[in-house]
Design a binder for this molecule. Structure first.
Ligand code: ATP
Length: 259
């Protein structure tokens, strides 16, 4: 079991942000987390990363049960987390190679001397994510798409067991988006790949590797299960309370409003 939420609720200032969330992820599954603005996606991710704790219910992530021991740092070493808000945290003078290397220490800059093994690993990851040509360029000169690929490579330095990609295509043009999705697809098809949780507002980004989907609405699970069953016209029409149609082409869905 990679993750288990058992009757998880989260209360803040008399407001119920999450309510009765039951969610389990098994090895071999890759999940999409889909919900409207304010539905509680970030609240769930914060709990997975042990940045916040549920008001009620039990959580275990990667075999570690919350509440039993302090597990923040220990847990976060095993979880890769990439979001567009992470992009601006890095020092502009560091080059892409250094940014990837810093992932080995889970630090923003490089304060320790990397081993030869770490350097080799960073070079391999830069190659795998198509970043070699700008490995020595200052991070600040990279485009958003290039930065995102560098940050995913960085997140893999510690060989995480779980990789969370939080709206990774934000601000990317169509080509940059497709290039990033291709890298994610390659990653998911590798042996010993981490389990992926992919948060998005764009259904057309759901790659075939994302075999499971959770729909979150107003802090509650609206539906969860096999992606093909969940990303369907009838389910999403009920979810949005608006008549929509899902078309699957080349194993990827497109959402259209039915007029
Ligand atoms: N500390 C807090 N106190 C009160 N309400 C909060 C707090 N943090 C978040 N919320 C509320 O909880 C709800 C869920 O927020 P969350 O950030 O998890 O949504 P989200 O699904 O990630 O949204 P988005 O897609 O816009 O990023 C929102 O209504 C938000 O205003």
């Amino acid at each position: 079991m990679v993750l288990c939420f058992d009757k998880v609720s989260l209360q803040r200032d008399d407001e119920c942000i999450l309510q009765n969330i039951n969610w389990s992820i098994e090895k071999g599954e890759h999940w999409v987390l889909y919900g409207l603005n304010g539905s509680g996606k970030t609240a769930i991710l914060n709990i997975i990363n042990a940045y916040s704790f549920p008001s009620t219910g039990n959580v275990s992530v990667l075999g570690m049960e919350f509440g039993k021991t302090y597990l923040g740092e220990q847990l976060r070493k095993k979880i890769g987390f990439v979001s567009s808000s992470l992009q601006e945290k890095f020092y502009p003078q560091n080059n892409a190679f250094e940014v990837v290397l810093s992932g080995a220490f889970a630090s923003i800059g490089l304060y320790e001397t990397p081993t030869d093994e770490m350097r080799e690993k960073a070079i391999t990851l830069l190659e795998e994510f198509g970043c070699s040509e700008y490995a020595n360029r200052r991070y600040s000169t990279l485009s958003q798409g290039e930065k995102q690929r560098v940050l995913i490579a960085r997140s893999l330095m510690t060989e995480p067991l779980l990789l969370i990609l939080d709206e990774p295509t934000n601000g990317l043009d169509f080509l940059a988006q497709e290039k990033l999705l291709e890298s994610i697809n390659n990653l998911a098809n590798k042996r010993n790949e981490p389990t992926l949780i992919y948060v998005t507002h764009h259904l057309n980004e759901i790659l075939p590797v994302f075999n499971k989907t959770l729909l979150l609405k107003s802090g509650q699970i609206f539906a969860s299960g096999n992606t093909k069953d969940i990303i369907a016209s009838n389910v999403l029409t009920a979810f949005f309370n608006l008549s929509v149609e899902v078309k699957w082409e080349n194993q990827r869905p497109t959402l259209l409003r039915k007029l």
